[in-house]
Design a protein around this ligand. Structure first.
Ligand SMILES: Cc1cc2nc3c(=O)[nH]c(=O)nc-3n(C[C@H](O)[C@H](O)[C@H](O)COP(=O)(O)O)c2cc1C
Length: 146
């Protein structure tokens, strides 16, 4: 069956806190595993950048559900493409909080005009490369705490 990738960006509502992220992650892992979705959710500077991979039907259904969620607003679709294979197959979902780590700032700068995380200004390709490299960083355990 054909595989699809969807990437979108959205803005967290004010007052969104760490427990909300944990709840989103728990739900996402459980639901996505059931339907064969994999992906990643980056969160920084009150912005979400999420990639979902799976069949066209389940990616569409999941995205439609996510859009109704009151914990974020102003979602913008960045990419929806047919893909050969998954890039984020290790995770049914993973939330990565983008803080001030030097590795993250370097990566943001690599794909943006400044080192401030602003996924809304990224092209589809830039956001995909950014998320791929972020995954690699994370898997290597190469993110420091400062
Ligand atoms: C930024 C963001 C990302 C989300 N990502 C997912 C996801 O990947 N999969 C998912 O099932 N729900 C995701 N959710 C949660 C859904 O909006 C919704 O609350 C959930 O799917 C409802 O699940 P339930 O019907 O099992 O209660 C996300 C919510 C937000 C705010």
């Amino acid at each position: 069956m054909a595989l699809y990738r969807l990437i979108y960006v959205s803005q967290a509502v004010s007052g969104l806190e760490y427990p909300d992220l944990v709840e989103i992650l728990d739900k996402s892992e459980r639901n996505n595993r059931k339907v064969g979705i994999t992906g990643m959710l980056g969160f920084g500077d009150s912005m979400f950048l999420q990639v979902l991979e799976g069949s066209r039907r389940v990616v569409s259904q999941t995205y439609n559900r996510i859009l109704l969620d009151k914990r974020h607003v102003n979602a913008e679709l960045i990419d929806f493409s047919e893909i050969e294979c998954r890039d984020f197959g290790v995770w049914s979902m993973k939330v990565v909080q983008l803080g001030n780590q030097v590795e993250v700032r370097d990566l943001v700068l690599k794909y943006s005009s400044s080192d401030t995380f602003s996924p809304i200004a990224m092209t589809g390709k830039q956001s995909l490369h950014f998320l791929r490299e972020l995954t690699e960083l994370y898997q290597r355990g190469a993110m420091s705490n400062n």
